[in-house]
Design a protein around this ligand. Structure first.
Ligand SMILES: Nc1nc2c(ncn2[C@@H]2O[C@H](COP(=O)(O)OP(=O)(O)OP(=O)(O)O)[C@@H](O)[C@H]2O)c(=O)[nH]1
Ligand SMILES: [Mg+2]
Length: 216
């Protein structure tokens, strides 16, 4: 973790991973993403491109790359996306950018993307992808959480509830499933998954020379 002192054994070369957090709207994925990025300096957000307009406080290039529908289409045509999908009537996509090269250098990436994007990324790169799905503790609690977002109208909330049910049905396309009853406990579980996945033997490319040295 970024806030612990440097450990010499953490400097072994390893491949980065693609850490995907998905959940139905309101289950807490965005909160968890922010907590993870704040706590762990070794993981970076994969900034998606979207055609939806920025909300107050959202910064272009930090939360999303905000692009016009024409520009998004151009990016599709030029094969600039790892994956893209339509969500709530807007298009969202993961730009290829530097991800592949950075993974090789050991950079981890966090993806706040939906199940469609998860499937596409997994098809392209099974070895680097770790898929985590966050569930709400109950449908009533999900509804309550969506209602407490002051920004959304009753109509928008109803549409999100509808979509949440559809998203939940994709729970079995993930490696890990966490029920987000208490956000701090849920966050600790997310961190535990990330830590364990970083230790997978195939990711620790530096083990080969390290162990060779141990055996001589
Ligand atoms: N496939 C795909 N989905 C994305 C991408 N970027 C964002 N999404 C998903 O699009 C949905 C809508 O995201 P936003 O417009 O930011 O809205 P939000 O209020 O954060 O929505 P929720 O997180 O679902 O509550 C979320 O489920 C995101 O995870 C992407 O690049 N690809
Ligand atoms: Mg979100």
């Amino acid at each position: 973790m970024g806030d612990t002192p440097q450990n010499p054994f953490d400097t072994l070369q390893r491949r980065g991973l693609m850490f995907i957090l998905s959940s139905p709207s309101g289950a807490g994925k965005t909160t968890l993403s922010k907590m993870l990025l704040a706590k762990d300096s070794e993981i970076k957000l994969s900034v998606s491109a979207t055609t939806r307009p920025p909300r107050p406080g959202e910064i272009d290039g930090v939360h999303y790359h905000f692009v016009s529908p024409e520009r998004f289409q151009q990016m599709i045509d030029e094969d600039d996306f790892y994956e893209w999908a339509e969500v709530f009537g807007h298009r969202y996509g993961t730009p290829k950018g530097m991800i592949r090269a950075a993974l090789k250098e050991g950079q981890d990436f966090l993806f706040d993307i939906d199940w469609q994007g998860t499937q596409q990324l997994y098809q392209k790169d099974q070895q680097d992808v770790v898929r985590v799905f966050i569930l709400p503790p109950s449908i009533e609690e999900l509804h309550r959480r969506l209602q407490s977002r002051a920004t959304d109208s009753a109509e928008v909330i109803a549409a999100r509830m509808e979509r949440a049910r559809a998203e939940i049905s994709h729970w079995d396309g993930y490696d890990y499933v966490i029920i987000n009853d208490d956000v701090n406990i849920c966050f600790a579980k997310v961190c535990a998954i990330l830590e364990a996945e970083r230790m997978k033997r195939q990711r620790q490319t530096g083990l080969i020379p390290f162990v060779r040295e141990l055996m001589t």
